[in-house]
Design a protein around this ligand. Structure first.
Ligand SMILES: CC(C)=CC(=O)SCCNC(=O)CCNC(=O)[C@H](O)C(C)(C)COP(=O)(O)OP(=O)(O)OC[C@H]1O[C@@H](n2cnc3c(N)ncnc32)[C@H](O)[C@@H]1OP(=O)(O)O
Length: 257
């Protein structure tokens, strides 16, 4: 498949998707989001892929939803057309998805990064939900995922003032898992993705599913769900291989089965 707004490639068992609308700081429009959903679906279906990285440019991961595309929308058009309705498809990806954020991750850009499983940021990253400055509010999950990630006080601060927070503040707040030098960002993220992709794919996908469900279930439900997944992994060849390799003091050779 050819993409108009993305660069899509593979690095061993890692899929790499790079947003590619530099003239608009990777502003997200319908084409970007449709292509992104298709690229992630293709990687989900590809048995040779164990993890996916989503990156932007050095200046911008994404500067938000495309304001030029949105400005003439009215309520009836946006409601009947379910504007941005399918844009959360990214959060439905089943394989681990890591956001590599450099520069601006604003509005929909911050929300897109938060749909990924974790965010590794460059020291230059700036996160924010500036929709309030445009007369609207976050619409791709910012009020929900940001609050779960950083807590009510900081989420209210960011959503109500529209200010940006830098990478150090985002790391302290728990929005990003690590901050690295700009020139090391892609290398660091690809190394993390390669490590994940080297493990048993069923175990990796179930680990993702279990952690993701923790945000939706009660503790008792979540613990039961985790236990069922844990038990089920004893039906895989990779559990036998992983534990046999440990006992034999050798490297496991996972078959992803
Ligand atoms: C998801 C939902 C429901 C909502 C949203 O996401 S609303 C959008 C939230 N994002 C923003 O409000 C950020 C808008 N952008 C900026 O504030 C600035 O561009 C900046 C601070 C990120 C960078 O400023 P800088 O001076 O370095 O660059 P610009 O000259 O402003 O931008 C370069 C080029 O990109 C176009 N651009 C930037 N952001 C967007 C955007 N969100 N939508 C459409 N186009 C965008 C900008 O217009 C300029 O293009 P032109 O030179 O052709 O005007």
């Amino acid at each position: 498949m050819t993409y108009e707004t993305l660069l899509v490639e593979t690095r061993g068992r890692v899929g790499l998707v790079t947003l590619n609308r530099p003239q608009a700081l990777n502003a997200l429009n319908s084409t970007v989001m449709r292509e992104l959903a298709a690229a992630l679906k293709a990687f989900d279906a590809d048995k040779e892929i164990g993890a996916v990285v989503l990156a932007g440019s050095e200046k911008a991961f994404a500067a938000g939803a495309d304001i030029k595309e949105m400005q003439t929308l009215d309520f009836v058009d946006s409601y009947l057309g379910d504007f941005i309705g399918g844009w959360d498809q990214v959060a439905a990806a089943r394989k681990p998805l890591i956001a590599a954020v450099s520069g601006y991750a604003l509005g929909g850009g911050c929300e897109l990064a938060m749909m990924c499983d974790f965010i590794i940021a460059s020291e230059t990253a700036k996160f924010g939900q500036p929709e309030i400055t445009l007369g609207v509010i976050p619409g791709m999950g910012g009020s929900q995922r940001l609050t779960r990630a950083v807590g009510k006080a900081k989420a209210m601060d960011l959503v109500l003032t529209g200010r940006m927070m830098d990478a150090a503040e985002a790391e302290r707040a728990g929005l990003v898992s690590r901050v690295v030098a700009p020139e090391k960002l892609l290398e660091e993220v690809l190394t993390a993705a390669e490590k994940i992709a080297s493990f048993s794919l069923p175990a990796v996908m179930m680990a993702k599913e279990a952690v993701s469900r923790s945000l939706e279930l009660t503790l008792a439900e979540g613990l039961r769900f985790e236990r069922r997944l844990f038990h089920s992994l004893f039906a895989t060849e990779d559990q036998k291989e992983g534990m046999a390799a440990f006992v034999a003091k050798r490297k496991p050779e996972f078959k992803h089965r």
